[in-house]
Design a protein around this ligand. Structure first.
Ligand SMILES: [Fe+2]
Length: 259
């Protein structure tokens, strides 16, 4: 598996505070079978979470050295989870922000409540500069899961969706879980990612559990697309594969009909 979204860099956001904690997380990645990860610390304008490219690259180099000395066989790449802002197109062009593994793909954070006003123009401005948008955990945004037609609009605008493994396990709540399955059913998911933050709660071990759940509803080829093929395509800056819509309604979840 390959993870496009995680907070493994030490002392930079709400992820690990020490190198040792980062390495604990890395060991869990290895145990879960991940071979490549993209570190995506938060970047939120107007807060202390505005790491520079140098700060990120310094920590990536530190982790690469530590992985080597601890025999942790994982390749790590740089990235950012970027909060939506009107200036992102320009900031990307001036190299103030980090794309996913140096590709043209950018990870944009879904707010938990509402998208900012003018979000469609913001997406357009980023794509007009030649970048491709991966929207992180859209299943966790109140405005979106309360108005699911918006998912159609965003997908039609050419945005790619990254859903968290934990959402399929109900770790964020019922609506988030239902929405993750709804997006799966629509064929709207391009990647699954851990969004891991620590070795105890939000960690890569949950990915294996989620895959077990998903195997009951989608075929192994689709799982491969979401967990390995498309993340690899991002690292190589290739176009993505699209999953087929999963035409199912799980037997024990009739209440999902409200969509
Ligand atoms: Fe995140």
């Amino acid at each position: 598996m390959i993870d496009l979204h995680c907070h493994i860099l030490p002392g930079i956001d709400d992820g690990p505070t020490t190198l040792e904690q980062s390495l604990e997380l890395a060991v869990l990645y290895q145990k879960a079978g991940f071979i490549k990860i993209v570190a995506t610390p938060h970047w939120v304008p107007g807060t202390s979470w505005t790491p520079s490219i140098e700060q990120i690259h310094h920590r990536i180099a530190l982790l690469r050295d530590s992985f080597k000395s601890r025999q942790i066989d994982i390749q790590i790449y740089s990235g950012m989870e970027i909060a939506l802002d009107i200036n992102l197109g320009d900031l990307l062009l001036s190299k103030d922000l980090v794309t996913l593994a140096g590709s043209s793909y950018v990870l944009i954070e879904s707010p938990f409540q509402r998208l900012p006003l003018g979000w469609d123009q913001m997406f357009f401005a980023i794509m007009a500069k030649g970048y491709r948008i991966v929207l992180a955990h859209p299943e966790r945004c109140l405005q979106l899961f309360s108005t699911p037609e918006l998912y159609d609009d965003i997908i039609e605008a050419g945005v790619y969706f990254q859903v968290n493994y934990d959402s399929f396990l109900g770790h964020y709540g019922k609506k988030e879980s239902e929405t993750a399955f709804y997006l799966l059913k629509k064929g709207y998911i391009h990647f699954l990612a851990t969004d891991s933050h620590d070795p105890l709660l939000r960690h890569p071990g949950n990915a294996l559990e989620a895959v077990k759940v998903l195997k009951k509803t989608i075929d192994s080829k689709t799982i491969e697309i979401l967990t390995r093929i498309n993340p690899e395509n991002v690292i190589n800056d290739f176009p993505l594969e699209t999953m087929a819509s999963a035409d199912f309604l799980p037997k024990d979840r009739k209440r999902w009909r409200w969509f």
